[in-house]
Design a protein around this ligand. Structure first.
Ligand code: BTN
Length: 267
């Protein structure tokens, strides 16, 4: 009988299958895998670091939100990527993480997820996965990026405030494949490595493959959006994704590109 819940032995097995060299830290419970990864980076334990849990007591989302991380219902993990300083398209990292999750959902479960800019993963307009990328500086320059991913797997009753906006693989998948949390997690890690290490996506002069995938699977391009930035809020139409993964928006004021911030789709 396969153990489908997260467990260290199975994670190691799947990492070996993919020949993914990772320094794995597995916790049955922790505060936030991003916080643990950041602490370990500051302590110099940063090489190929992968911090994994199936229960976060203080899961963090973007813009100061919390991330609902109930025990055993999903996978919550952080991958550390070292920044050389020579990357031509560093900003693409957060979009690539979104594509990596989308690829796993499609390849393993035939789920056609969309990416809400910058990197929420939606299925049938409901959020199945959130991604929080945090940069760690050393001597005044970016040195590591912690890519934190929370993916809902099991069919559960979400709390009232998420009932109509959240979903999980178990809710969406009609097939017979088992939901092996370990295999799903390692497949996403492998997809990130495929884009970043094997396809050199952050260093390549030609990002056309990544950008065309981002456009093809965007939930945001074409939508009317409410833009929320630290210096103000306004409405616009999302018209494109630029070469760095930024969102090109247009309104009566003109056309501009968002490189950070949040958007709300206006229905
Ligand atoms: C968002 O939806 O706003 C981003 C959510 C990111 C959640 C993941 S779960 C693993 C990692 N650790 C955290 O505390 N957050 C990220």
């Amino acid at each position: 009988m396969k153990n489908l819940e997260l467990n260290e032995k199975s994670l190691v097995y799947h990492l070996k299958q993919y020949r993914a060299k990772k320094f794995l830290k597995y916790y049955p419970e922790t505060t936030s895998t991003n916080d643990i990864a950041k602490k370990m980076c500051h302590e110099g334990k940063n090489k190929e670091l992968l911090v994994v849990t199936d229960y976060q007591t203080a899961g963090k989302g973007r813009t100061g939100r919390s991330f609902y991380s109930p025990k055993g219902a999903g996978i919550y993990f952080s991958v550390v990527h070292e920044i050389s300083g020579n990357e031509k398209n560093f900003d693409l990292i957060s979009s690539i993480a979104g594509l990596a999750v989308r690829d796993t959902l499609y390849n393993m479960f035939d789920i056609d997820a969309k990416i809400k800019w910058p990197n929420d993963i939606l299925v049938n307009d409901k959020k199945i996965c959130g991604i929080l990328c945090e940069i760690i500086n050393e001597n005044g320059r970016p040195r590591y990026v912690v890519i934190g991913i929370g993916l809902n797997i099991e069919k559960i009753d979400f709390p009232d405030e998420l009932e109509y906006t959240a979903t999980s693989i178990g809710n969406e998948y009609q097939g017979k494949e088992e939901l092996d949390h370990n295999e799903i997690l390692v497949d996403i890690v492998n997809n990130i490595d495929r884009y970043v290490i094997r396809n050199n996506a952050l260093n390549s002069y030609d990002n056309s493959d990544v950008i065309s995938r981002l456009k093809a699977h965007s939930a945001t391009v074409g939508q009317l959006v409410h833009v929320i930035k630290p210096d103000g809020e306004f409405d616009a139409r999302a018209v494109d994704i630029d070469v760095n993964g930024g969102l090109v928006i247009s309104n009566a004021e003109g056309t501009s590109t968002l490189t950070s911030g949040e958007v709300v789709h206006i229905r």
